[in-house]
Design a protein around this ligand. Structure first.
Ligand code: CA
Length: 218
């Protein structure tokens, strides 16, 4: 199990890491939001411990941005006074919280519970044409061949599979997969669909372009 600790205070980060490593977690650390986001973009974690009170990009913003990319369970680490931040945190998509100062055994219990919950609740394999998409691993296997997808390509494909038979506009894809911050007139969707097709659907048999309307997966 791989855990990311996002915490600016080394004096807290280090004992957390050591304790978790003793319990056989593999641990990575980020001392600010920007580092956390770049790690989350390239690595897959089973759980993220997120301090809300971070310099520069605050924890709530970090949580929202992580949620645009992944479903990885997030435990907020809050100070005693931050009651309202907890609510904001849940709205931002975090799954649990722990208040400082906390018992490290309790932290491990919460991580275990959350990982168990997320792995039993989530349907990880989705059928796509003759292939099988593993949403957690970003891999589609077609027979013995495995094709690695990016986070966004996986999210796109998952969205198509879950909305089979319905024409989906580029705007809808932008809103669901990239969030509202993206420029609505950009070529983001087109570019990602192009790379996705080149990997798994070069003949455009599965994801069809419906001129002027969007895309259709059948
Ligand atoms: Ca802090």
């Amino acid at each position: 199990m791989k855990v990311l600790i996002v915490e600016d205070e080394k004096a807290l980060r280090t004992p957390m890491r050591k304790f978790l490593e003793k319990r056989n977690f593999s641990v990575e650390e980020a001392e600010d939001g920007a580092t956390a986001l770049s790690l989350v973009a390239t690595e897959t974690y089973d759980c993220i411990l997120l301090d809300l009170n971070l310099p520069e990009i605050d924890g709530i913003t970090v949580a929202k941005k992580i949620r645009e990319e992944s479903h990885t369970p997030i435990i907020m680490v809050t100070a005693r006074s931050q009651v309202y931040n907890k609510l904001e945190g849940f709205e931002a998509g975090t799954d649990d919280y722990i208040t400082k100062p906390f018992d490290l055994n309790e932290l491990v219990a919460r991580i275990d519970a959350l990982i168990r919950r997320s792995s039993t609740n989530k349907e990880v394999e989705l059928r796509f044409g003759k292939g099988l998409l593993d949403v957690n691993k970003n891999v589609i296997s077609i027979g013995r061949k495995e094709v690695l997808l990016s986070n966004k390509e996986t999210a796109l494909l998952e969205y198509f599979i879950r909305n089979k038979g319905r024409v989906i506009s580029a705007e809808e894809l932008l809103e669901h997969i990239w969030g509202r911050d993206v420029d609505m007139f950009s070529d983001t969707v087109k570019t990602h669909i192009k790379t996705l097709r080149s990997k798994i659907d070069p003949k455009k048999n599965l994801i069809k372009t419906i001129r002027g309307k969007g895309y259709l997966y059948e």
